[in-house]
Design a protein around this ligand. Structure first.
Ligand SMILES: Cc1cc2nc3c(=O)[nH]c(=O)nc-3n(C[C@H](O)[C@H](O)[C@H](O)COP(=O)(O)OP(=O)(O)OC[C@H]3O[C@@H](n4cnc5c(N)ncnc54)[C@H](O)[C@@H]3O)c2cc1C
Length: 407
């Protein structure tokens, strides 16, 4: 269920005071709207200069958005995944990079809450994160394994209650701006590539050496540089459950849902520009662009419905699901990612066709270059072809009575 977007209150502070982060998500929407207003002002500059959306992050911190999902007893607001998904859409509509930073941060925080919040070190970490509004980045990709989340080459080396880790990370979004990086690695140097753990590294546990920059087609403000990551810490900083469980039960589903919400946000801004142009140019609705607007709207509705359905399934998943049911859910969540990433691009292309030159040109109120470039990252971010191969395998593993429904 996505939260209803309410008007921003006159005093954004009021949104914060009323911020309950609870199931309604309404007040989280208001806080996200306040941050989105700031993000929108700088979106073009962030894209043009490929720079970190620092103003948007400051606004998110002011609105206490970075600790939104941390449980209340640890100083957060206990917001639901549905509420965060709605905030991703709001922020993505304003600035893709700011929305992506917010989404990626919350994917990592959600995994920490789900799998490590009972462990004392990570419990204290979550408290500090909420208090200080720490920003968390992710280092799962690695030289040699590409987008295969479930394989690592690097390994943690444990000795005397401490560990060290060196990872050749080709892509860490906002790595240079993060307070914390959560990374995958092999359990130890004798473990196979698939026996992975997740480790939490704060700034003081890390040395990052930049190996390459981020001059890309789109998503330029994510500043996804290449690094050599050198980390060290206490063994308590290693998540207490294997990464295979974390990926399956939280990281993959949460990332597909939150990324999808962000892409809907970007696409809905493209749609809004086309709709405005259509109103201005053909008040009688007799332009051929009308068909494009209608098709874009139906795609947007289908994308949002799929996200809502995934959120519903996730919130109501039975803890004792059978293996076959888990396979069905995993196939469904993969299909969500591939469907929304392709459809969001479809919406932006319809909007471009509906507007024409005013969308193709930069610097007009109807420009869509940024939206199109940013959305081209969506099918690549864990390559859709790779995901579809996995989906096909999952479908083969299901019993017929648990086959993925069309929903
Ligand atoms: C905007 C953006 C931000 C990102 N931020 C981060 C981040 O913060 N942290 C992070 O860790 N990563 C990040 N990434 C990286 C991302 O999540 C993937 O790891 C990366 O996109 C995969 O890189 P690749 O396309 O070069 O490699 P691959 O996944 O290897 O894909 C390259 C091609 O090879 C094919 N291929 C190769 N091997 C196989 C196989 N065995 N089965 C199927 N197909 C295969 C793929 O289908 C594709 O066609 C980011 C990416 C983007 C676009």
């Amino acid at each position: 269920m996505s939260a209803v977007i309410r008007p921003i209150p006159p005093n954004p502070r009021a949104a914060l005071d009323a911020f309950d982060g609870g199931d309604s998500g309404h007040t989280l929407d208001q806080a996200a709207q306040a941050a989105a207003r700031v993000a929108a002002q700088f979106a073009d500059a962030v894209d043009r200069d490929a720079r970190f959306p620092a103003e948007a992050l400051e606004a998110m911190r002011e609105q206490r958005l970075l600790g939104a999902t941390v449980p209340r007893e640890l100083g957060g607001s206990g917001a639901t995944l549905a509420a965060v998904a709605s905030a991703c859409r709001i922020l993505g509509k304003a600035c893709s990079a700011a929305g992506m930073v917010f989404a990626m941060h919350h994917i990592k925080v959600a995994s920490t809450i789900a799998h490590a919040s009972a462990a004392p070190w990570h419990r204290a970490f979550l408290e500090q994160l909420a208090r200080n509004q720490w920003l968390v980045a992710s280092a799962t990709s690695e030289d040699g394994t590409g987008g295969n989340l479930r394989k690592s080459q690097c390994a943690v080396e444990v000795s005397g209650g401490r560990f060290t880790l060196r990872k050749l990370a080709p892509t860490i979004s906002y790595g240079a701006h993060a307070d914390v990086i959560i990374a995958t690695a092999r359990r130890d140097s004798s473990a196979p590539a698939s026996e992975q753990v997740l480790v939490t590294l704060r700034k003081e546990d890390l040395a990052l050496t930049v190996r390459g920059g981020w001059d890309t087609l789109g998503m330029r403000g994510t500043c996804t540089d290449s690094f050599i990551l050198d980390g060290q810490g206490a063994i308590e900083q290693i998540f207490p459950v294997p990464f295979a469980d974390i990926a399956e039960t939280s990281m993959v589903p949460d990332s597909h849902i939150l990324w999808s919400s962000l892409w809907v946000g970007i696409a809905s801004d493209a749609y809004a520009r086309a709709q405005r142009y259509f109103r201005e140019q053909s008040p009688n609705g007799d332009s051929p662009a009308g068909r494009r607007i209608a098709e874009a709207l139906s795609l947007l509705q289908a994308m949002q419905a799929r996200i809502d359905s995934a959120l519903h399934r996730r919130a109501n998943a039975h803890p004792q699901r059978s293996w076959s049911e888990c396979m069905a859910d995993a196939a469904q969540i993969n299909a969500l990612k591939t469907f929304v990433s392709n459809s969001a691009l479809g919406v932006a292309e319809h909007a471009m066709m509906a507007i024409g030159m005013a969308a193709y040109k930069n610097g007009t109120p109807f420009s869509l270059g940024r939206h199109l470039r940013d959305l081209h990252a969506a099918p690549l971010m864990i390559n859709n072809d790779r995901i579809e191969i996995n989906t096909a395998r999952l479908i083969l593993a299901q019993r017929p009575d648990h086959e993925v429904s069309a929903r």
